[in-house]
Each structure stands twice: as C-alpha cells, then as structure tokens.
Design a protein around this ligand. Structure first.
Ligand SMILES: NC(=O)c1ccc[n+]([C@@H]2O[C@H](COP(=O)([O-])OP(=O)(O)OC[C@H]3O[C@@H](n4cnc5c(N)ncnc54)[C@H](OP(=O)(O)O)[C@@H]3O)[C@@H](O)[C@H]2O)c1
Length: 351
C-alpha cells in the first residue's frame, strides 16, 4: 500500500504542560495531531485545547501511579528544580523517547563567549539535593544550585535511558505567555514611544553588549521535531548570538511608536543613576552584566545542525506585544525602569 507520507500520531506525555515552556510543548504536539497527556496540578493555568490533564501534585507520594500501566512514544520532563520528581518519573513512566528540559545554567563559565555544549565547563552536579523548588513560595535559587540540580537530573536521564535521551539546555526563553523575562519589557516600552533609555552599544572598553534568546514556540517546535525523530544527545537551545543594540533596534522597527527614540546611555551613567543590569524592578532589561557576556554569546551551531530554526526577533516582539495587551494590559512588566525613573535619568543626561 502506498504510504500517505503522514506520520502516525504519537502518544506524548508532557510532565507539566500548563506553564510557559511546557504549555508551548504540549500545544505544539497537539497541533501536530499527537495524543497528548499533561501532568500538573492545574492551578489557574490553562491546559492546551485538545490535551488531557492528569491532575496530580508531584510532591505527593506515588503522584504518578496512574501512569504505571501507560506506554508513551515520547515523554518530556519539564521539572524546574526537583530531583525527586525526576527519579519518580523515570521509575513510573514507560516511554520510548525521553526529553529533559535542562538549562544553560549548568555551565560554570558564563563569561567566555563562543562556548559550545561540548566545550562548556560544567558546574558540580548536586545529586543529593532533595528539595523541590516552588517559585510561588521559595526565593529564587542560586545559579549554582539550579545548574547543579539540572546536571544531576541530566545524569539520571543518561543512566536510565542508556544515553538515548534528548537533553535540551535553553538559554533565555521569551515569547507570548512569558511574564518573567526581561525581554517582555521592550515591546511594551517601545510601543509607548518617546525617548527610551537603552543600554549602550558597547562597554566602556569597546566590547559590544551581547544578547541571545529563543522564542518559546521555536523551542517547542524543535523539541517536538526531535521527539518525533527519536534524537538523543545534549544541546543548547538558543537563537544565534547577536549584539543587544541590533536586537533592540529590531524590536523598535517592529513595534515602536512613531515618536520612539532610542537613547543609549553609557554603562557608568546607568550605574551612577542606580539602574540595575539585566532584570528586575529598576533595571534596564537585557543590559548584561559582564559576568553574563559568555552565557549570551554561546555557539549554538550544533543545535542548528540538529534542526533548530528560529523566527525573527521582530516576529517575537509583535507576538509579545499582542499577548501582553490581550492578557494583562494594565500589569506592569516585572523588569524595567518606571516611567518616572526613566524621565529622571533622561533629565540628568540633558533630555
Ligand atoms: N523560562 C526560561 O527562560 C527557561 C530557561 C531555561 C530553562 N528553562 C526550563 O524550562 C522548564 C519549563 O520552565 P517554565 O518556567 O516555563 O515552567 P512551566 O512550563 O511553567 O512548567 C511548570 C509545570 O510544572 C507544573 N507544576 C508545578 N508544580 C507542580 C506540582 N507540585 N505538581 C505537579 N505539577 C506541577 C506546572 O503546572 P501547575 O502549576 O498547574 O501544577 C507547570 O505545568 C523548566 O525546567 C525550566 O528550568 C526555562
């Protein structure tokens, strides 16, 4: 019989599936016609239409018992910082292919540009960490702990699957649905128009400021592609490294109000004015401290060779703006300067 060329649907398990990254993975798998089961408490977040939810609290004993008899073609574990969840998932779930969403926080050297998933020096793994981090309750973990637990999880996957798992280490993930990344500030700020304080193009000693991120939809598409193909290995997941000034210009060109004027301010002036690098209240979002220059300049050509494709920053910016205006028009972004602080800084530099 001639083949129709269409792949039969896979039984896909997403451990998570109702959050930002995990929801995008579940949505992508549903969109491709796969039979998708998500595992989450279902607390106030939305389940992608067409997926089913196994409602469970993974902190409870035997949380995944209901999955013991099931067989999946592909399973994606999205646990953020919970080694016990990963141990339990590998015990309870039978899947032909596993993906674990790790993080570039596994790398010890965040300063040196151009590192690859092969060459990057790793932090010490923390295989004895037994606590489960809950972002709604706990203070943000240190990078050493976050990266160390992710590495310990990766190790469990390597052992349990005899190196046949796909271990994906995303950098900064952005896009519609994101409420926490520093990227989200810029489309809104640029759409407001007027003079906008930005980081300078380069440090005082002439090093261009780097930027690197990935749209959650591209990350999800790649993860589902690789699960369909049964790919194994360890990959970074990030767009190509670019200069921050080009990325900001691209956002401005895509969504900037006609009155928008980008005003690059030297790093020393920003610091003197009390502006905070990278993220958080009072920050100039995405302005990277020197220690992050390497983490934002990773060589991800191996991931592109393995099929990763990314959309333009402009497309992401448009989607982020639409999403923010639809979901939470009045909610200020978690990162960035207030309009009052920005106006004061602009006055200080003569605007
Ligand atoms: N965002 C980034 O920039 C970034 C960068 C690098 C790596 N990553 C990694 O990407 C992964 C996904 O990140 P994310 O922040 O977007 O997470 P997410 O998709 O929001 O996933 C968290 C999921 O876990 C579920 N969950 C939380 N507590 C639970 C519990 N006690 N029992 C059962 N389910 C529970 C949540 O659903 P309920 O609340 O409904 O239970 C949600 O579906 C993480 O591993 C993260 O480390 C993210």
């Amino acid at each position: 019989m001639p083949s129709s060329g269409r792949r039969p649907p896979l039984r896909v398990l997403v451990l998570g599936g109702t959050g930002f990254v995990s929801g995008a993975v579940a949505r992508e798998a549903v969109a491709r016609g796969h039979d998708v089961t998500c595992v989450a408490r279902g607390t106030g977040t939305s389940l992608p239409e067409g997926a089913r939810l196994l409602r469970t609290d993974r902190n409870a004993p035997e949380a995944l018992a209901a999955l013991r008899e099931a067989r999946f073609d592909a399973a994606v574990e999205t646990a953020t910082l919970a080694l016990p969840w990963v141990r339990e998932a590998l015990r309870a779930v039978t899947a032909a292919h596993w993906t674990f969403i790790s993080s570039i926080s596994v790398y010890a050297d965040t300063l040196t540009p151009g590192q690859t998933a092969r060459s990057g020096r790793l932090r010490p793994a923390l295989p004895d960490d037994t606590t489960c981090y809950d972002p709604t309750r706990d203070a943000e973990p240190s990078q050493a702990r976050y990266g160390g637990v992710k590495l310990a999880c990766e190790q469990l996957f390597r052992e349990a699957t005899e190196d046949r798992a796909l271990l994906v280490r995303p950098g900064l993930v952005v896009g519609p649905g994101d409420d926490v990344s520093p990227f989200g500030y810029w489309p809104l700020r640029m759409a407001r128009g007027g003079p906008a304080v930005t980081p300078p193009a380069a440090t005082g000693d002439g090093i261009p400021l780097p930027a690197q991120c990935i749209d959650v939809r591209d990350l999800a598409a790649w993860i589902v592609d690789r699960a369909e193909a049964g790919t194994s290995g360890t990959f970074d997941a990030a767009g190509p490294p670019v200069h921050l000034s080009s990325l900001l210009q691209e956002i401005a060109d895509a969504v900037g109000h006609p009155t928008l004027e980008l005003v690059p301010v030297p790093e020393e002036t920003l610091l003197r004015a009390g502006a905070v690098p990278w993220t958080g209240p009072g920050s100039v979002p995405l302005w990277p401290p020197r220690i992050l220059h390497g983490a934002l300049s990773r060589d991800v050509s191996a991931s592109f060779d393995a099929g990763l494709r990314v959309r333009s920053v402009a497309e992401t910016a448009e989607a982020v703006l639409r999403d923010r205006l639809e979901r939470a028009p009045a909610k200020p972004p978690v990162a960035g300067m207030s309009p009052v602080a920005e106006a004061a800084l602009l006055r200080e530099i003569g605007y």
